[in-house]
Design a protein around this ligand. Sequence first.
Ligand code: SIN
Length: 278
Amino acid sequence: MCPQIRPMTPTFGAEIFDADLSRDDHFEAIRQAFVDYSVIAIRDVALSPDDHLAFARRWGDVNVNRFFQPLAGHPEIATVIKEPHETRATGEEWHTDHSYDQIPAMGSLLYAVQTPDAGGDTAFASMHAAYMALSDGFREMLDGLQAWHSSRHVFGVDSERGRQQEGEEPGKYKNAGDATQDALHPVVITHPMSGRRGIYVNRTFTTHIDGWTAAESAPLLNQLYEHCAQPEFTCRVRWTPGTLGIWDNRATWHKAINDYPGERRVMHRVTIEGVPIS
Ligand code: SIN
């Protein structure tokens, strides 16, 4: 049986059923779905941490997250956990993982271990759909710009996370002293696998347009952030234990929806190295 692919929206995102992650032909179908849909949710797969890593390695080298706590005994697996007493969730603001790196990660494989009865979805936004909805003239203007991204204000020693945030478990993030990455990327990139053009700035990590001050950059960046977050460019993954979600950082934003107070959510994340973007 082949994996069954069910689009989530007419624009992007797909659920995948009946996948056998050990099969090469299924991997090829899943990889093609990733290129076509940018976000995939593979349903009903039982993965031990070793299985998760073995499947992740089919995609490329593992990029070990510097700032998240690892799963005990598995330093390549980052934990994304919200305890019942915590009021903040990891990744609540729209973002693209690792955009502060010179070579941003391809994407992540997030495996749901424990989920709330309802809620705790992840929202995604398609940067290609958002780009294509802009006028020719506006796209042309954006095509000539580059923007700076940084990890410093998010994970660094002077950031809220570096200082420990209210509403979060102590020690949730580590290595604040290593948050020294700054990277310059085009505001619009060509996707290295699909060839599609898409917006590549995000509210969490982008600091300013190259050659502009932060204050000068803010009106344009905020306009883009509001444009890209419109519901018609978004989809949501509803998690149940045994769902493996895979998203493409070069094509999407994502945000964790923090709507399940008092419940526990446990996810394991493996991130895959990317390639230079332009
Ligand atoms: C993340 O931003 O990597 C976490 C997303 C989620 O927990 O839904």
